[in-house]
Design a protein. Sequence first.
Length: 97
Amino acid sequence: MPFDKIKNKSVDLLFESILKLETLEEAYKFFDDLMTVNEIESLAQRLQVAHMLTKGFTYNQIEAETGASTATISRVKRSLNYGNDGYKMVFERFKMD
């Protein structure tokens, strides 16, 4: 299973907890307690980078708009190309343009 490197009871509890959230306000409260502002912003930035990569933006455009480093952009691109299609699944469900 591709998730063996992270799968354990603690991670299961984390993901099950996230799935219990029902509103944006609940998500803000939970993540504010769980993570630092910088950690949350970093995750949000990666999602934005992934979205922009799928839309054909260049590294320079993405860096200028998001402030992401080329290392972060490359890491996200690698996930898009060789990952588990998690970004793709989310984008399809939200019908992100």
